[in-house]
Design a protein around this ligand. Structure first.
Ligand SMILES: Cc1cc2nc3c(=O)[nH]c(=O)nc-3n(C[C@H](O)[C@H](O)[C@H](O)COP(=O)(O)OP(=O)(O)OC[C@H]3O[C@@H](n4cnc5c(N)ncnc54)[C@H](O)[C@@H]3O)c2cc1C
Length: 400
């Protein structure tokens, strides 16, 4: 088995296949897992899958448990609705999310991989080409010692949004790119102690929506990440200067002191899904297969779910002579989740926060209030946000 990309999704595929005894070789262009602050929120449906690999306890140890999330109306500073995953206690063993930064999850997986002699990870090895015959797949890899070819039975493209594997396979990445970039500003300023925001707080605002959430970082008191949209006309320097980021945070919540900012970054945000997740012996997983805006924290969750689904099917094909058509089922199940659920929900989440029309805004906020006040509606809402309903939908699908 060959895997392009040692991000969290590629590494998890390697672990799940390696634990089943398959020989796996992973190629990673960089020298180590990437540490920039991206995914943190790990939803109940994903925790259920990670538990099978024995990862949840460690994620809780290095992350933090967040049972509740809130919606705020930023212009009036009022709390609109609070949702507690406790209503899912009969639906899942994990009625909470775990805020665990993705490089920590990747590092936990990497540690386990070091005990598996059948898994080899080649850092500083970039996949530059991929081709296949009926029986084998071949990748061309540029490493410190030059260019080399490697052969395997299947290739997983887990090489991120700009996936070389996807491009070399000629698979279209359908969708669109938002005109505005998102800025992430990370600060130790304790929004919970000073303002009462819970560790996952969403702010609706026609002028500037915000996501504000806490990660445990290197230990207490942790860090807060704020995510805002930016002016599409503005250049990096205008958006990232000390003056600009201070002004943005002071405008969000005025403080007598300047904010300490430990990280700042701009992200281009897309809504795209690969036209196929499988082409012969090449399969796509994670951001290589689908990308979405981060509101609701579903991108990596979808990627982890891909990894669990795909590893089970590949192991069944390679070890138990299951039919190759299992990979078509992977394609169907995971594309349905990506298209009909993650894309829809993440776009809806963004529209809800940024709505301009006063009537639409009022209706959105009233709806959230009503849902939160009705336990069964709240449960249905949380089954969706926690990705349980989409997992159930995929599990019920067959090839027929
Ligand atoms: C601001 C922000 C916040 C987010 N928050 C959340 C969240 O809370 N919850 C959530 O679920 N998701 C979130 N996401 C999305 C999440 O970060 C991604 O979905 C996740 O990184 C996907 O993991 P991956 O392993 O598929 O891809 P990546 O993390 O992109 O990893 C791909 C790897 O492949 C390597 N690579 C690339 N090309 C090659 C090549 N040719 N050869 C070899 N190696 C290659 C790269 O170096 C990289 O290590 C967020 C994203 C952003 C930007």
């Amino acid at each position: 088995m060959l895997i392009a990309g040692a991000g969290p999704v590629g590494l998890l595929c390697a672990l799940l296949l390696g634990l089943r005894g398959l020989r796996v070789r992973v190629f990673e262009a960089c020298g180590s897992p990437q540490e920039d602050p991206r995914a943190a929120t790990t939803h109940p449906a994903t925790l259920e899958l990670l538990a099978e690999a024995g990862l949840v306890e460690d994620m809780v140890r290095v992350g933090l448990v967040a049972p509740v999330f809130q919606f705020w109306d930023r212009p009036t500073g009022t709390l609109v609705a609070e949702f507690d995953h406790a209503v899912l206690k009969h639906d899942t063993a994990y009625p909470f999310v775990v805020q665990c930064e993705q490089f920590k999850t990747a590092t936990l997986v990497l540690k386990r991989l070091r005990n598996l002699p059948n898994v080899e990870i080649l850092f500083e090895h970039e996949v530059v080409d991929a081709s296949q015959t009926e029986k084998r797949v071949t990748v061309t890899v540029r490493g410190p010692d030059g260019i080399a070819s490697h052969e395997g039975a299947y290739l997983i493209g887990a090489d991120g949004g700009r996936s070389t594997v996807r491009k070399r396979a000629g698979i279209a990445f359908e969708g669109f790119t938002w005109p505005e970039r998102f800025i992430v500003l990370t600060t130790p300023y304790d929004f919970e102690a000073r303002r009462g925001y819970c560790p996952r707080s969403y702010f609706a605002d026609p002028d500037e929506w915000c996501n504000c959430f806490k990660v445990s970082a290197n230990g207490p008191p942790g860090l807060w990440r704020t995510v805002f949209p930016t002016n599409p006309e503005a250049c990096d320097e205008e958006l990232l200067s000390d003056e600009a980021v201070q002004a943005r945070l002071q405008n969000f919540f005025p403080s007598s002191e300047p904010y300490e900012i430990v990280h700042r970054n701009l992200y281009v945000t897309h809504q795209r899904v690969a036209s196929a997740f499988r082409l012969g012996r090449v399969v796509l997983a994670g951001d290589a297969a689908h990308v979405n805006n981060p509101i609701g924290g579903m991108g990596l969750n979808g990627g982890i779910q891909d990894a669990a689904n795909l590893s089970e099917k590949l192991a069944a094909i390679l070890l138990d002579d299951a039919p190759e058509r299992q990979l078509d089922l992977y394609d169907r199940q995971r594309r349905v989740v990506a298209v009909e659920f993650v894309q829809q929900q993440s776009i809806e989440n963004k529209k809800r926060l940024e709505a301009h029309d006063p009537e639409v805004r009022a209706r959105n906020l009233a709806e959230l209030r009503d849902i939160a006040a009705d336990p069964e509606r709240a449960r249905q809402f949380l089954l969706r946000t926690s990705m349980i309903s989409s997992q159930r939908r995929a599990a019920a699908m067959t090839l027929e």
